[in-house]
Ligand binder design. Structure first.
Ligand code: GUN
Length: 286
């Protein structure tokens, strides 16, 4: 039986630690504020935004909500970001993705001040991670590192294979594993002999966006398997990852379930970034 890496428990511990830290900061007169912008009413985005606001409330972070109409212009959205960038009482700015097709995601994300970019999608923060400078780290990959560390899984010197090369997960994931002194390979849709590559992994992180794609043929005996995927089957509430859990679990040493693995970590790390923003802004380091 593989060890089950419990993201629900670990994310609760992190939120509890942050709640205590935020209370100490409040006692020193420091209040943290996150501005959350949602364009339109995509139901999945509304659930994510709602969960982020709930987490803020739990941890003691003030959240400001901006619900903009689906047909808002790019200029209007950019001018709201400019206003929030200029407000001293706003520490973090988050624009929920995806945005409607008439708005350039790139232009919007690049408009957020790197010092308030708690999602860490701005090129300045991505670059800072790449060269080892201080800055915000993307929430989901940062959550994976926390899962490994808090489960006592050493990264240093290990063969780490990341499947997927997205800007939001795959690339920052590889950089973070490298920062922890892992030996890192990024595999992707054009990788030849994918099974041979993934079978080298001591730590296999899967973020491909294909339900149950990773079966035991891709996994070395005793590997640690981290599943970043999340898929809902139409007409059912059941969630699946990118890993075929039932097939892989018997051959690995530790594995994250879906749900309850990586998923809950993203919001915990967003809360972490909001707390971190105060320090980064004080030092003006991003
Ligand atoms: N949409 C899906 N995931 C995310 C996320 O982590 N941040 C934002 N802003 N939007 C998302």
């Amino acid at each position: 039986m593989a060890f089950l890496i419990d993201g629900k428990k670990i994310s609760s511990e992190i939120k509890e630690e942050l709640r205590e830290k935020v209370a100490r900061m409040k006692a020193e007169g420091i209040e943290i504020t996150l501005a959350v912008i949602q364009v339109g009413q995509d139901p999945a985005s509304s659930v994510y935004v709602g969960n982020k606001k709930k987490a803020c409330e739990y941890v003691g972070i003030r959240s400001l909500s901006y619900g903009l109409e689906e047909n808002v212009t790019q200029e209007e959205l950019l001018s709201l970001i400019d206003e929030l960038n200029g407000r001293e009482d706003v520490n973090g700015i988050l624009v929920q993705l995806p945005l409607p097709a008439h708005i350039s995601e790139e232009s919007v994300l690049e408009r957020i001040s790197p010092l308030k970019d708690v999602d860490a999608f701005h090129p300045v923060n991505v670059g800072a991670l790449c060269i080892g400078k201080p800055g915000f780290v993307s929430c989901t990959p940062a959550g994976v590192i926390e899962l490994l560390k808090r489960s006592g899984i050493e990264i240093e010197g290990k063969e780490c294979v990341v499947v997927g090369r997205s800007n939001i997960v795959g690339k920052p994931m590889a950089l973070l594993l490298l920062r922890e002194n892992g030996t890192v390979t990024i595999a992707h849709s054009r990788t030849r002999n994918l099974q041979e590559v993934t079978k080298r992994a001591d730590i296999l992180v899967v973020a491909v966006g294909k339900p149950k794609m990773i079966t035991r043929e891709y996994v070395k005996e005793g590997a640690v398997v981290i599943d970043v995927g999340i898929h809902r089957t139409p007409g059912s509430k059941k969630l699946y990852g990118d890993v075929d859990f039932e097939d892989v679990e018997p051959v690995c040493s530790a594995i994250t379930p879906v749900p309850g693995g990586v998923g809950p970590m993203t919001i915990a790390m967003l809360m972490h970034n909001c707390v971190e923003s105060v320090e980064l802004q004080k030092r003006q380091v991003v």
